[in-house]
Design a protein around this ligand. Structure first.
Ligand SMILES: NC(=O)c1ccc[n+]([C@@H]2O[C@H](COP(=O)([O-])OP(=O)(O)OC[C@H]3O[C@@H](n4cnc5c(N)ncnc54)[C@H](OP(=O)(O)O)[C@@H]3O)[C@@H](O)[C@H]2O)c1
Length: 272
């Protein structure tokens, strides 16, 4: 059984497959193949437009009961009525029995958080989702969310890799027992050419990308690397069979810099 992070009684497999940009037959094939290799966590979102193919891949694997599937609600659909309709639509697209983990994709300041979380809790209690959580939440928003929610929030999915110092948000999650799920965990592929990651990886017989993912998982952070290449699925999954030393962990942490963020934090969709 693959290692998992437990948060408020909910188990999140520590290595998942990101699916942003994947679509069509290729997406279904990759998801099915990933599950065959051992992945037990697939990350999708309404915004990715691939819930249908993700569901197809999960069903084709024949291992649906073992796999945790995440989807995320579009920030423009966080008002209760829109949310309820969109979650039903997501489940219809996925054609699964339940959404395992349902997240707010991105906060929307125009909709009171208490209303969104109330609607998510209602959907959970009605059996549409097994667990709920958030994504792209700041420390202040996490605090507010945990105060108003009636159902436990199990994770915060945020950008996380060695080039970005996320210590504050990680500490805030830990304080309230939420798991951290790292998106863009290999910095959109940038880890590959990194000299330090290559050097440390070489000492363990691993690639730079594997070393980068191990740095996160060794801190108890869940990773969801994306690849469109079947041959890389195994590479990104084979990261739990070695340990980085304390000195190596510190050296990698030293890669963080002010300009390290990839996804524009100030990005916001057109709210109207
Ligand atoms: N919640 C949010 O707002 C949010 C935002 C961004 C992402 N996400 C989620 O997080 C997932 C991962 O993040 P991401 O897609 O931004 O970036 P990522 O996983 O860090 O990087 C993906 C890129 O790295 C390349 N790559 C994958 N494995 C590699 C390897 N072993 N060696 C070298 N290059 C490799 C891929 O190219 P190839 O396809 O050629 O392998 C792709 O271009 C997404 O797919 C999505 O599910 C969530």
């Amino acid at each position: 059984m693959i290692q998992a992070v437990e948060a408020k009684g909910f188990r999140i497999p520590i290595v998942g497959l990101g699916t942003w940009t994947l679509g069509g037959r290729d997406c279904a094939r990759l998801v099915e193949q990933a599950i065959r290799i051992g992945y037990r966590h697939i990350d999708s979102a309404q915004m990715y437009g691939n819930e249908r193919e993700v569901g197809e891949g999960v069903r084709a694997s024949g291992l649906r009961d073992e796999v945790m599937v995440t989807t995320k609600i579009q920030p423009t659909l966080l008002a209760p009525r829109d949310l309820e309709r969109s979650v039903k639509e997501s489940l219809a697209q996925l054609r699964l029995d339940v959404i395992d983990l349902l997240l707010i994709h991105w906060p929307n300041p125009r909709v009171p958080l208490s209303e969104t979380l109330g609607a998510m809790a209602k959907m959970k209690r009605a059996g549409y989702a097994r667990a709920i959580g958030v994504s792209n939440f700041t420390v202040a928003l996490l605090d507010e969310a945990n105060k108003v929610t009636s159902e436990p929030l199990v994770c915060n999915q945020v950008e996380c890799h060695p080039y970005l110092d996320q210590d504050k948000v990680i500490a805030a999650c830990r304080k309230v027992g939420m798991a951290v799920v790292a998106y863009s965990p290999i910095a959109r592929g940038n880890a590959k050419g990194d000299k330090l990651l290559e050097k440390i990886g070489k000492a363990h017989g691993k690639t730079a990308a594997q070393t980068c993912l191990r740095w996160l998982t060794q801190q108890g952070i869940v990773v969801i690397p994306r690849t469109s290449k079947i041959e890389r699925l195994k590479e990104n999954f084979s990261i739990l069979d070695f340990d980085l030393s304390d000195a190596e962990m510190r050296e990698i942490a030293g890669l963080a810099s002010r300009g390290g963020r990839i996804v524009d934090w100030t990005w916001s969709p057109k709210w109207d």
